[in-house]
Design a protein around this ligand. Structure first.
Ligand code: SAM
Length: 307
């Protein structure tokens, strides 16, 4: 039984009335009540913009398609608005929060749920592969989070690089980051983040969210995006490390031609060698890195690895 259904009278009962979706109480007023009750001050340094819009919250939950079969990792539970619903919907939930001041609030709010574990840690410092295997065994994990914007890209890169068994990632990010994740070659938003994400996942834009949906309001618009992990990369790559070095080199000097950017990219090959790679693969040396598709990066990297 949900600890928040009628009849539950344990410690934390008072906070139960602040539960999301309780008749007549909006998330906004319950968040404001919690802030007042605990004399909590949102910390800018932790990117704390708490979600207070029911429609947006419902969209994140609906599009993450969580069921009782799922193990979920939430990054930055904050005041627990998403966490409570995840506890209701998922089999097991692990929530990692850096701000120790939020931990007692979360413990009270989530009291009675037996499928949640809250960890007071910096997500960037955790060995996530080890932790998730310890907590969830071999189950593929779904990530749901309203991410702290000051470290969005490092978090996404960590999730992609640590070889964790993940099924999907449903996240709120800065709109600009959402555009970069979903960009097509040739657009101004296309870059290393795009290629890194699209190599492992199929991204989808879900919803653009205005600053008014948060307390305190961020200075930028936000976007919900969902990333579904591919069974295998969309291109055949012989050496992934080299592939991403080529990608990084190509985007490293945006105003240079592709040949010059690759030459300056410390790939250990001469300009002449790189020129012949491009000729062999029918890629114009004067193009800019941001016009290359994932497949063209693969052709260049695979050819360089044979040199
Ligand atoms: N999930 C809550 C919500 O939707 O209202 C809070 C989202 S708020 C944008 C980001 C949350 O991430 C905050 O609770 C913040 O303290 C936490 N956070 C920031 N940096 C973190 C880090 N390095 N590791 C874990 N949590 C972090």
């Amino acid at each position: 039984m949900s600890p928040h259904s009628s009849g539950y009278t344990g410690y934390g009962t008072k906070e139960v009335y602040l539960q999301i979706g309780m008749k007549g109480i909006s998330i906004k007023s319950s968040t404001l009540d919690l802030i007042k009750k605990y004399d909590f001050r949102a910390a800018k340094k932790f990117g704390q913009n708490f979600l207070t819009d029911e429609t947006v919250l419902k969209t994140i939950i609906d599009c993450s398609e969580i069921s009782k079969d799922d193990c979920v990792l939430e990054i930055g539970p904050g005041m627990g608005v998403l966490t409570q619903i995840l506890c209701e919907k998922a089999g097991r939930v692990l929530a990692v929060e850096i701000d120790r001041k939020l931990i007692p609030i979360l413990r009270v709010l989530l009291f009675g749920y037996e499928n949640i574990e809250i960890i007071n840690e910096d997500i960037l410092k955790l060995d996530l592969k080890k932790l998730l295997e310890e907590k969830f065994g071999s189950s593929a994990v779904k990530i749901v989070a309203n991410l702290p914007y000051y470290i969005t890209t490092p978090i996404i890169m960590k999730l992609l690089e640590e070889r964790i068994s993940l099924r999907s990632i449903t996240i709120m990010v800065q709109k600009e980051v959402g555009e970069r994740i979903c960009a097509a070659p040739g657009s101004k938003d296309y870059g290393t983040l795009t290629v890194a994400v699209q190599y492992r996942c199929i991204p989808r834009k879900i919803l653009i969210v205005s600053p008014e949906s948060f307390i305190p309001q961020p200075e930028v618009e936000s976007m919900i995006v969902r990333l579904d992990f591919r069974n295998k990369p969309p291109v055949c790559v012989e050496d992934e490390k080299l592939y991403f070095r080529v990608v990084k080199a190509s985007f490293g000097q945006r105003r240079k031609t592709l040949l010059n950017a690759l030459t300056a990219g410390n790939l250990g090959k001469t300009k002449e060698e790189l020129k012949s790679v491009l000729i062999r693969n029918g890629i114009d040396e004067k193009r800019r890195g941001e016009t290359l598709s994932l497949e063209e990066f693969a052709r260049i990297a695979n050819d360089i690895s044979c040199l």
